[in-house]
Ligand binder design. Structure first.
Ligand code: SF4
Length: 723
């Protein structure tokens, strides 16, 4: 049931707006307010379970700090000096600002930066406006920081983006291989599912490869605390051993793949003694891991930012696909590569093409047929869509700093806190002539630099869909009204489009109408198909997994590429591609001046830049403050004890965080969560070196030096910068 009346209690079926697990939840609504939340027992992602973030998410709706009105920067005012304006005035100003800059400097002088936390419908109209009507391809998303390397790896290895399997595979796997994925903290409900499988079958195993002894590693059958950045050496080394031990599947290789000979030749360079040295792991553990993989009738490889936020993220994804293709552990229950998305709707965004090279329906601006089909969908003349990708996130902010991009519209993201090399992003925002920030909260670090603030509705205040890591589409209906002048993100985009003269193409009366247009972007070449879905059907049937054909008797496709008991991939010859990817060092290796490796991540009870979770007292009690994890041997050498304030410095900037001395981190490494702001903002330090294929920055690896500042009592501020 859904609605927004003032009847005493309603229960609204929806989806959690935090992580890519995409748990179904039920909101309890009383007198126009969401007063409670519980897990949806019928949702195929979580069957009723919620983690700490999901079970408190209703507290983020009705709190101080919601952006309920549009604002503009005061005439002559400094960043952060705003005055309230009517939302229609602000929408006029956005359209005028973009129009003037395009007229004076051309369409590539403007850009949008959007988010995997928006509904698919909002992502779709933002992309349509930019690539179809503004005449530029300059739209990118915070998915670029998250799983762009997985997307690029899937496309190059398998022919199309998105995991080939389904969460149901967790009930069939004999072994889970988690690489750079701290699922216990970052995908907790999916990790519960993994745990249940381990408990239900004493033979099930978990291998974890991670430079930190994470909560996930603590439950591993075999933990491989590898050297940061050595994942590709590990993956090649394991396949070397599987090949040597006769544990590959020659029949599968012959039937379904291309490129085996070149890969086999490369694998010869990864004997266990060399790999053990590269990864700094005991050779015996490599043998044991290979034996466990060989013995498992079915295994899933699970990975997330630990693999993707690297200059070799795409290649490591290719190597994961190699592992599954070579062993034939693909396309059957319990087997396959399974990337886990960070954000709740990064999958939806990737599918509607909101990265700088994408078009709806898993299409690409560089492909003439993809452009022509999208032009037909959008009723544009042939040749209207530009054939070259727009600026990806890191290059976008570099172009702003250089003055080439003059106007930026940020929707549902906080790049000043999340992008690497924060000082460059700040300089870019300061230099821009016109910055629009559309958000549900204020202040945020990025919002401070806005010329116009547009108030966006939260997920429970606007209808829309989200797609989780398992390709499940869940409807989030409007459960309550947004505060005062706030409006759904898709509506704000369409209103600006109308003011720019594109009203006919953006005359949507509802998010359901946008969804219907998205479904028309069906792509028979990749298998992307939402035609069997609509808002009405999702409301009736609950979450559905794509591809889902429009026939009334069509059923969800849980495992992709399986055709008549064989596998057929969306590549030119229908075969998956083995790609030989050599191990290479990271972009910035430690040296005498910066002798430590910094790696970063998330905590279990905070989310991104804490604009939401920072307002929930229960979560702040669980993860109250930032910290820098340092090994006791390094701490002793630096004269640091737990609680001391430590300065972590790179070639780009520095941050100060209280030390947490722990054997959970390797000697020579340190780790910090990226949730906190101001002096604790670790992204002042991180590197913007990017993967050359996915253009994802290497947030997981840079060279730093550490110095004790003081035995500080007070932790750095936990709140976003104020305006
Ligand atoms: S696991 Fe993710 S989707 Fe599920 S309740 Fe927690 S934050 Fe929400």
């Amino acid at each position: 049931m859904s609605g927004e009346t003032d009847t005493p209690t309603q229960h609204v079926r929806t989806v959690c707006p935090y992580c890519g697990v995409g748990c179904g939840m039920i909101l309890r609504v009383e007198r126009g307010r969401v007063v409670g939340v519980s897990g949806d027992k019928n949702h195929p992602a979580n069957f009723g379970a919620l983690c700490t973030k999901g079970s408190t998410v209703h507290e983020t709706l009705h709190v101080p700090g919601r952006l309920a009105y549009a604002h503009r920067r005061r005439a002559g005012g400094a960043p952060g000096e705003f005055e309230r304006v009517p939302v229609d005035f602000a929408l006029d100003a956005v359209a005028d600002g973009f129009k003037k800059i395009i007229a004076a400097h051309g369409p590539d002088a403007v850009a949008l930066y959007v988010s995997g936390q928006l509904s698919t419908e909002a992502q779709y109209v933002a992309n349509k406006l930019v690539k179809g009507f503004l005449g530029t391809n300059n739209i990118d998303s915070n998915s670029r920081l998250c799983m762009a390397s997985a997307a690029a790896g899937y496309k190059t290895s398998l022919g199309a983006d998105a995991p080939p399997g389904h969460y149901e595979d967790f009930e069939h796997a004999d072994l889970f291989f988690a690489l750079g994925a701290n699922m216990a903290d970052c995908h907790p409900i999916l990790f519960q599912r993994l745990r249940r499988r381990m408990k239900s079958d004493a033979r099930a195993r978990l291998i974890v490869a991670d430079p930190r002894r994470t909560a996930t590693a603590a439950e591993a059958t075999l933990f491989l605390p590898l050297r940061p950045g050595s994942d590709l050496a590990l993956l090649n080394g394991l396949l070397h051993l599987l090949l040597k031990n006769g544990a590959v599947d020659p029949d599968f290789i012959a039937r379904c793949t291309d490129g085996w000979d070149a890969l086999a030749a490369l694998l010869a360079d990864y004997p266990p003694d060399r790999v053990a040295a590269l990864c700094d792991l005991p050779e015996a553990d490599l043998h044991r891991a290979a034996e466990m993989l060989a013995a498992a009738p079915n295994f899933l490889t699970l990975w997330t930012q630990g693999i993707c936020q690297s200059t070799r993220g795409t290649w490591s994804t290719n190597a994961i696909c190699n592992l599954h293709l070579a062993t034939g552990r693909f396309g059957r229950p319990g087997s396959g590569p399974f990337s886990l998305t960070g954000q709740p709707n990064a999958m939806g965004g990737r599918e509607v093409g909101y990265l700088a090279s994408g078009l709806p329906g898993q299409r690409n601006v560089t492909d003439a047929r993809d452009r022509a089909e999208t032009e037909a969908l959008w009723k544009l003349p042939a040749g209207a869509i530009r054939p070259t990708p727009g600026l990806a996130a890191v290059d976008l902010f570099k172009a702003m700093e250089a003055g080439a991009v003059r106007a930026l519209w940020v929707i549902g993201s906080n790049p000043l806190a999340t992008m690497p090399n924060r000082d460059r992003v700040r300089r870019a925002l300061e230099r821009a002539e016109f910055v629009v920030v559309q958000d549900a909260y204020q202040p945020t670090e990025t919002g401070r630099y806005a010329h116009i603030l547009l108030p966006g509705a939260l997920w429970a205040e606007a209808a829309g869909t989200m797609v989780n890591s398992s390709r499940m589409v869940t409807l989030a209906p409007r459960a309550v009204a947004p505060p005062t002048d706030a409006r759904p993100d898709w509506q704000l985009v369409c209103e600006v489009a109308r003011r720019l003269g594109f009203g006919a193409a953006f005359a949507f009366q509802s998010a359901a109408e946008i969804f219907d247009e998205i479904a028309r972007s069906h792509n028979p070449r990749t298998g992307y198909d939402l035609r069997g879905m609509s808002h009405a059907r999702l409301a009736r049937d609950g979450a559905l997994t794509w591809p889902l054909a429009p026939a009334p008797d069509a059923v969800e496709t849980k495992r992709r590429y399986v055709v008549a008991n064989d596998l057929r991939f969306p590549t030119p010859n229908g075969r998956a591609q083995f790609l030989a990817r050599p191990f290479l060092p990271d972009a910035e290796m430690p040296d005498d001046a910066f002798p430590f490796v910094l790696t970063t991540g998330r905590l279990a009870h905070q989310w991104h830049t804490r604009t939401k979770t920072g307002k929930v007292s229960a979560l702040n009690k669980l993860n109250p403050a930032p910290f820098l994890e340092i090994h006791p041997a390094d701490a002793a050498a630096l004269g640091v004890e737990t609680g001391d304030l430590v300065r972590v410095s790179s070639r780009r900037g520095d941050a100060e965080l209280p030390a947490r001395v722990s054997t959970d981190i390797r000697v020579g490494c340190c780790w910090a969560p990226f949730h906190w702001a101001e002096r604790a903002s670790i992204n002042a330090v991180t590197s913007e070196a990017t993967d050359p294929i996915s253009l994802q920055p290497e947030l997981k690896f840079c060279a730093v030096r550490l110095a004790r500042v003081s035995a500080a009592i007070s932790a750095p501020s936990q709140q976003p910068a104020t305006v």
